[in-house]
Design a protein around this ligand. Structure first.
Ligand SMILES: [Zn+2]
Length: 417
């Protein structure tokens, strides 16, 4: 007769069989052939409260998971040691070819507490030996937090240790190669048990903020971004736009898509064009109007969602799209409307991040669906004649979020009829 706890596990297995095995047997038939195809490796803590599959509402086969005390990633070491975590990383990246490696830390982590207060665990025991690898996180936390508030010191150390693990991940040559090639992104997450929130590590600032997928950012989120003092993407116009300033002649009618606080619209208006700028955020539109006034030009600002904004027909001499990253389902429809809205000989100028940008901490969304490459541009804008189409790496310095060597695609295309 099994004990109560074992009986509970057995009845849980019956439930699992009913939920997944009998109603979704084709999935398990596939698994039985040896196949698995998870997109993400999650490195989580052993802690019973933070099961990655439960937190992510993941199903069988969705996640490749390695759990250890304090969700730590050791640095790359080639010796004869028993490197369980490193083996899992290697298998996930090289064999399963996962697209994301996620370090999932959490609030109230006993492992991190053992690092901060070693006197609470067995002297020279396995726990102490293991968590010692995150010692730099403890030092950073002590520097930032001081030792006064023990609880807050632990919290800070929990966050800092995620950064150390991300840094250690980059020491694995095959991880660094995959990141460089744009095949792999690294992500630090923190589950705050107390608040029920998932925080995301933002690089390069090193700050954590409540995670929201880019595709679900609302205009309230953008309003919040633009409500901060200063200009989110700076006040200087985009480099590619400046390089092509000669395209913008006096009195041309130009539509600027998702131009935020108006740095590009104002630049184009300064070339003598009649500029209309459309953005999701009413806060951005107000800032843009003030910025135009300060620069002695006029820009018509429209607060609208590009998903259903009417661009008109044969209305614009040029349409400009700079870092306007949208889910493909919205972008494809928008591109059809861009083509329709251009006058004959009208110009479409675009710069976007490419999927190779994933893994770089220099800006842009992490979802490849929102990024453009040559094939997508050609397909979505087939009716236009390509004048210039360049996929390249360049230094982008446009506000704090766009900062450093970036993988971009640049397009100038023209409507023929
Ligand atoms: Zn933990």
């Amino acid at each position: 007769m099994p004990k109560k706890e074992i009986a509970r596990i057995m009845s849980g297995f019956q439930e699992f069989r009913e939920k997944y095995y009998t109603t979704n047997d084709s999935l398990y038939r596939k698994f039985a052939t040896g196949w698995q195809g998870p997109k993400s490796l999650i490195i989580g803590c052993c802690d019973s409260r933070v099961d990655p599959a439960i937190i992510a509402s993941a199903g069988p086969g969705d996640l490749f998971v390695v759990r250890n005390v304090a969700n730590l990633v050791p640095p790359y070491e080639r010796d004869s040691g028993h490197h369980g975590v490193s083996a899992a990383i290697e298998y996930a990246v090289l064999n399963l070819k996962v697209e994301h490696v996620i370090v999932l830390g959490h609030r109230q982590c006993g492992g991190i507490r053992a690092l901060v207060f070693p006197e609470e665990t067995a002297p020279n025991g396995f726990v102490q030996q293991w968590v010692k690898m995150a010692e730099p996180a403890k030092l950073r936390a002590l520097n930032a937090q001081g030792s006064g508030d023990r609880d807050q010191l632990c919290r800070r150390c929990e966050l800092e240790s995620i950064k150390i693990s991300i840094e250690n991940l980059r020491t694995f040559p095959f991880v660094a190669d995959a990141v460089k090639a744009g095949r792999l992104s690294l992500l630090g997450l923190y589950f705050d048990i107390e608040k029920g929130e998932l925080l995301e590590l933002n690089e390069p600032s090193g700050e954590f903020s409540i995670m929201k997928p880019d595709s679900s950012r609302t205009n309230a989120d953008w309003d919040e971004r633009y409500s901060q003092s200063g200009f989110f993407f700076g006040t200087e116009p985009n480099d590619f736009l400046v390089e092509n300033a000669g395209l913008f002649k006096k009195n041309m009618r130009v539509l600027c898509l998702a131009d935020g606080e108006g740095r590009n619209s104002v630049f184009i208006a300064k070339q003598g064009c009649q500029v209309t700028a459309v953005d999701f955020s009413s806060v951005a539109i107000e800032k843009m109007k003030a910025f135009a006034k300060k620069n002695g030009v006029q820009v018509e600002g429209i607060c609208a969602d590009l998903n259903d904004f009417d661009l008109g027909t044969k209305k614009w001499d040029a349409v400009v799209s700079i870092w306007c990253h949208l889910p493909s389902v919205i972008r494809k429809k928008l591109h059809q409307r861009v083509v329709q809205s251009l006058k004959p000989s009208g110009i479409y100028l675009l710069e976007s991040y490419t999927p190779n940008q994933i893994g770089k901490a220099t800006g842009g969304p992490k979802d490849p669906d929102m990024l453009l490459d040559e094939a997508k541009v050609k397909e979505e804008l087939a009716p236009l004649k390509t004048v210039k189409l360049i996929e390249t790496e360049r230094e982008v310095h446009e506000g704090a979020r766009h900062n450093g060597l970036s993988s971009v695609i640049q397009l100038v295309a023209q409507k023929l009829i």
